[in-house]
Design a protein around this ligand. Sequence first.
Ligand SMILES: *[C@@H]1O[C@H](CO)[C@@H](O)[C@H](O)[C@H]1NC(C)=O
Ligand SMILES: *[C@@H]1O[C@H](CO)[C@@H](O)[C@H](O)[C@H]1NC(C)=O
Ligand SMILES: *[C@@H]1O[C@H](CO)[C@@H](O)[C@H](O)[C@H]1NC(C)=O
Length: 395
Amino acid sequence: MSILLHLLLLSVGSLAPAGAVTAPSDVAALAAFKAAISPASITPSSCLASWNFSSDPCRPGPSHFLCGLTCTTTGGGATATDRVTAVALDPAGYSGTLTPLLSQLSLLEHLELSDNAFHGPIPASLPSLQTLILSSNSFSGPIPSSISNLSSLEILDLSRNPLTGPIPQFWGSMSALRTLDLSFDRLYGNLPQAMPPNLVNLALRGNSLSGSIKRATFAPLRALEVVELAANRLEGKLEGWFFLLPSLQQVDLANNSFSVVEVGSPSQGQRLVAVDLGFNRIEGQLPAALAGFPALAALTLRHNRLRGTIPSEYAGAKEGVPFRRLFLDGNFLTGMVPAALLGSRELVGSLGDNCLEGCPSAAALCSPPQKPKAVCKQGYGVHGRPRWPHSYLDP
Ligand SMILES: *[C@@H]1O[C@H](CO)[C@@H](O)[C@H](O)[C@H]1NC(C)=O
Ligand SMILES: *[C@@H]1O[C@H](CO)[C@@H](O)[C@H](O)[C@H]1NC(C)=O
Ligand SMILES: *[C@@H]1O[C@H](CO)[C@@H](O)[C@H](O)[C@H]1NC(C)=O
């Protein structure tokens, strides 16, 4: 009886995927991938050092293919085959190019090689690829237009590479793309005319992008939640429609050269939580309408050229949640500080380095001290025309 059961289990076992092997075309692609990486950069303790092709990559012997691969079994019975769905390597300092044979990994969904020294062409014929994460590598030159061929791509992260040139124009066709991160590259020129239509996260910080934020580019982005464009050379007017983008939650436009900010009247459904417009050249008054965004908890407008009083809307009467972080330091704000701001226990931030009255130096919110009167006078100038102190002309 027990022998019969044993035989039965054995025969079931031989039909089950345990007998599958990795598709030969996938094995060849993986071997070519490893062969294109400088052996000197494959240290003994690294993941790639364990890729020993005397084992089957998806069904390896002990101490072979310890990491880096995810496989799935396709088909059943005698035709069961293992296919590679993900390649994700450790940050071991691998140096090399990405072999064109990677395109044989036709079920590859996820390729992640961050914090290494890969260079050369970026793969563009991986029909199943959903995630491509190549941040902190050595890819250089312009962003290749062949990337638009990756039609299943949902996440593209090419941040912290020496990629240069303008951002290409092909994004409008990439309708699966939800996250685009090209931060800390060496990109310049205007923002592209069209973005991926279903984009949720846009990160382009730390480049040299210039020009303004255009309605034709951003208005179609109904799913856009996070906009990180800090530390560029963007300029001009931020128009009233921008903060009203329907899904917008976090906006970081710090360290640019914006000069005017308009804010449209929000609806109660608006989800905006955090806005950073610090270190720009924004003139005019604090936009009172920002206080009408029901979920807005963090607002930074530090180091601009704002004048006038702090609107009463910013204090006790703010709709929805009150501000939890409010940085208005380094402007030319005048008048009395609303008592409700000083009295708030939950508020962190700074109103310092302005021209305000009633901001006791003992209050944390009032540090650093207000500007000297003479500097304040310059900010308001003769007949209301400012003569900006030197430090405000070249932020
Ligand atoms: C691969 O593994 C086999 C068997 O364990 C071993 O004999 C061989 O030296 C290994 N090859 C490399 C390149 O480490
Ligand atoms: C685009 O993808 C297809 C299929 O994945 C491939 O055959 C073709 O060579 C790719 N084109 C480029 C420019 O990479
Ligand atoms: C903006 O610039 C200031 C002053 O140069 C710097 O301290 C800060 O780290 C920068 N912030 C960003 C987000 O680049």
